[in-house]
Design a protein around this ligand. Structure first.
Ligand code: 5AD
Ligand code: SF4
Length: 473
């Protein structure tokens, strides 16, 4: 629904640039040294990408950065609402800053992200966390300069949590965490309303960035030497449905991957309901697109999938996987997300998830115990199984996947892969860590100067989650 999409106007963005200047001169007069900001990020890559924009704006305003909350003049928590555990951590960590704030009243404590977009959370912060100065929602990240200026100059707390939807702010500065690996959001929001999930309520409806904006950012990343570029969206398969003219995600991949350069494209997350054969064929045929499919199935049982409002069956999911395997063979790596203990799920139904895990042959899984989210349909459903029993089910699943991961790793033994060397390894002091196209990690002994380059590495000794390898000249 293009009508809902509102691109933040040039005028609004210019107003924010004026505020950037105002904050900059204000902090120069207030502090003799460059003040430090600490941005703490929870949750998914979309949040990581938002934090990189927040840091981009802060850098322009004259802030330096620190990981140490207790030496920062500005602490921003970018929060996640997807599970209760993540929320509890935020409350704990924010609460731990109370003393610091009371001793240092000039410090600004700010909260943003998905949690803040829920009314009951904002209310709790307002009432019980009085030392928090600034709270802003997911739709107004671009207004940070103005909000920060207000927080710095007024003695009042600032809450900016509009329930507007469909905003896209282009052209914000980005301070990336990594200089060879980049996140590139291609769309925002979600329309799927899976019955357990809070995301559609806190991130709004799906809206795609214009192809020209994505292409411009992509070309810039390639020219700056970024080697792994991950396209982000809650459901990348529905990219472009709201654009005029429409453009499919497969078409986007084909266009981007035809741009010259030494890089690899990844994407996440795909939804099985909208994943097309065309997308799998595009993955198979475009050399620069990594052969890694992150396709969450959540449950292997059709009754539970129906209750989850996922819009596909186990059989449909498997038909997609089998087609992908047919096209890409051993080159393909699969990962998935699973929820254990959805309300009313029986052990027999959970066993269908285990059998699907066996059939899938994933290299890794992201497994979660169901977490009740206020305001979602699943929160109203009967949930008789205890947390302890669900934990035992989860443990069973993890043990099973451990065997499968080890088996998948064995398949790679003796093969040589073009790998991106992304950092230091964990197997020993002189080990480096590299990622294959299929997202398998190979560690090998090598010179640190290789970090940030592609190298051919032979997989020699598969372990459970990584493989030991040797660099090939
Ligand atoms: N409880 C547990 N896991 C959840 N996820 C989303 N919502 C919930 C919830 N309420 C998981 C899904 C999703 C991943 C990002 O988080 O598996 O794919
Ligand atoms: Fe949540 Fe489902 Fe949307 Fe993923 S697709 S963000 S699980 S509602």
């Amino acid at each position: 629904m293009a009508v809902n999409t509102r691109r933040v106007s040039e005028e609004e963005l210019n107003t924010q640039k004026e505020y950037e200047k105002k904050v900059s001169s204000l902090i120069q007069t207030r502090y003799s040294n460059k003040p430090l900001a600490c941005v703490v990020t929870y949750g998914c890559q979309q949040n990581v990408a938002d934090s990189e924009k927040i840091k981009g704006m802060l850098e322009i305003m004259g802030y330096g950065f620190t990981e140490d909350r207790l030496s920062a003049k500005l602490v921003i928590f970018n929060t996640c609402a997807v599970r209760e555990h993540a929320e509890d951590r935020v409350f704990g960590n924010v609460g731990a800053l109370k003393k610091y704030k009371l001793k240092n009243p000039d410090v600004i404590i700010a909260l943003c992200g998905c949690m803040m977009q829920q009314e009951h959370i904002a209310k709790r912060i307002k009432e019980s966390f009085q030392f928090v100065d600034l709270v802003f929602g997911t739709h107004v990240v671009h207004k940070l300069p103005e909000l920060l200026y207000t927080a710095l100059t007024r003695r009042k707390r600032v809450f900016e949590l509009p329930d507007i939807d469909g905003v896209i702010a282009e052209g914000l500065p980005v301070k990336r965490d990594n200089d060879s690996k980049a996140w590139l959001p291609i769309m925002y929001g979600c329309n799927n309303f899976c019955s357990y999930c809070v995301v559609p309520y806190v991130r709004g409806r799906e809206r795609s960035r214009e192809f020209s904006d994505i292409e411009k950012e992509f070309r810039k990343l390639v020219s700056q030497g970024y080697k792994e570029i991950t396209l982000l969206g809650q459901n990348v398969n529905s990219y472009g449905k709201d654009l005029n003219p429409k453009i499919s995600f497969s078409e986007l991949l084909r266009r981007l991957s035809s741009i010259d350069g030494d890089y690899r494209i990844r994407f996440m997350t795909s939804h099985p309901k909208d994943c097309t054969k065309e997308l799998l064929e595009t993955m198979a045929s475009c050399d620069r697109v990594a052969k890694h499919l992150h396709l969450p199935f959540q449950s292997g049982n059709n009754r539970i999938l129906g209750l989850m409002n996922r819009g596909y069956t186990r059989e449909h999911y498997l038909s997609l996987i089998n087609y992908a395997k047919e096209l890409m063979g051993d080159e393909l790596s699969i990962t998935s997300d699973i929820i254990v203990g959805f309300p009313g799920e029986t052990y027999e139904e959970f066993s269908d998830t285990k059998s699907l895990v066996e059939e899938l042959g994933a290299i890794g899984l992201f497994t979660f115990i169901y977490s009740k989210r206020e305001g979602t349909p699943a929160a109203e459903m009967d949930d008789p199984v205890s947390y302890e029993d669900k934990s035992l089910w989860l443990r069973e699943l993890l043990a099973l996947q451990e065997k499968i991961s080890a088996r998948q790793m064995q398949l790679h033994k003796g093969k040589t892969f073009k790998c991106f060397v992304y950092g230091k390894g964990k197997l020993g002091d002189n080990y480096l860590a590299a990622r294959t196209d299929g997202n398998v990690i190979i560690e090998f002994e090598g010179d640190e100067r290789l970090i940030g380059t592609f190298q051919n590495i032979k997989a020699t000794e598969p372990l459970t989650y990584v493989i030991k390898g040797e660099i090939q000249k």
